[in-house]
Write a protein that binds this ligand. Sequence first.
Ligand SMILES: NC(=O)c1ccc[n+]([C@@H]2O[C@H](COP(=O)([O-])OP(=O)(O)OC[C@H]3O[C@@H](n4cnc5c(N)ncnc54)[C@H](O)[C@@H]3O)[C@@H](O)[C@H]2O)c1
Length: 437
Amino acid sequence: MRRPVSVAPPKGKLGVLTPGMGAVGTTFMAGVELVRRKQSVPVGSLTQMGTIRLGKRTDNRVPKIKDFVPLADLDDLVFGGWDVYPDDAYEAASKAGVLDAKDLAKAQKFLKNIKPMKAAFDQTYVKNLHGTNIKKAKTKFDLAEQLRDDIRDFKKKNKLDRLVMVWCGSTEVFLKPEDIHKDLPSFEKAMKANHPAIAPSMLYAYAAISEGVPFANGAPNLTVDIPALENYAKEKHVPIGGKDFKTGQTLMKTILAPGFKARMLGLNGWFSMNILGNRDGEVLEDPGSFKTKEESKLGALEYILQPNLYPELYGKIHHKVRINYYPPRGDNKEGWDNIDIFGWLGYPMQIKVDFLCRDSILAAPIVLDLALFFDLAQRAGMRGIQEWLSFYFKSPMCAKELYPEHDLFIQLMKLKNTLRWMMGEELITHLGAEYYD
Ligand SMILES: NC(=O)c1ccc[n+]([C@@H]2O[C@H](COP(=O)([O-])OP(=O)(O)OC[C@H]3O[C@@H](n4cnc5c(N)ncnc54)[C@H](O)[C@@H]3O)[C@@H](O)[C@H]2O)c1
């Protein structure tokens, strides 16, 4: 990839479309509205609160990221989305039960105006949903055409300059890449033939790319991570990425595991248990959707610990992940980890982590950062997979000859160095030999 010569300024309005207006989608929309009215602080958002060091440590140049790169202003964001249920964003947020009534009341009028467009949906792919706000069409290709019309209408009606799409829809059943995913002609032919290996999320990704709209996948489904769509995105100069927002338990895993490896501490096993009671939890009760999530959650440790390089330390790890739907817990998930490590001479030790987290509170700032960074990438002329945004994902997409980078700290360094590179600043290696000449 060549360094961008210039980054186009963020003129006009940016539309943020979310297929899926459930707990995450609506918490994101409500939160941005409260922040722009100065009634809250965007905690958890790197684009809004993060800083970036430029030049030498003695230079004292540490601007906020949003003052360093030309990001869209929060006041210029316009929200829209699709959902299987017809509830407007206020009703959906009330049902999701993430934000309390006091916060929701402040954003009520604003949220009431965000009404979901009819979804491209098929229950074969998400068993535990029974909505009515669903498009009808003869073929999957026709559904994708309807989504393209929605995107164009939304842009026109709201007088938008640009758009981005972030999948905040439910986790679909586990699908494996097949021949029909290998190139665009096979993929389009399969859409027209209603092939079962074309999931609804792929139709949104296809529609977004066709309309020149960057697409990020917040769920673990096989969606934009297939050769047909990866190459299509490159050809259309559209940035894409995914997948699965890195929030609660996996965030902790990718913070802790690099620490164990840095100290050359061994690991025998990692047992991860979750109880959650939101709609996401209900969808994950279905074994097909759970399998998709499990695959996504299991990958991180293997890649961080590199058992092939450290067989004595990480050659025999028992890694298990369990998710249990437990309605009383609502969106306030409990992620419990038992970690069996060992130290000097192989003596065992245990670490217990009990994270009483709020899933959508952790996910909402990720949606915001992804929307702003994907828009930035497009204005910088970057296309295809945006590996520098791996920081936000449980299963980061990368070029096919690479392995994904899961270590949160390497991911952050890569993200910030990409911003420096984009803006023509010196990269930071942390060598610092010059201070000791
Ligand atoms: N909350 C987190 O921390 C977190 C972390 C990582 C990933 N995720 C993923 O993000 C997604 C959203 O999570 P959530 O907690 O908001 O779930 P949710 O169930 O509250 O919302 C998902 C919404 O998507 C809708 N939907 C499903 N299929 C659709 C389709 N084809 N078109 C349009 N709408 C569709 C559903 O009706 C639902 O309202 C899930 O896939 C979840 O696994 C969430």
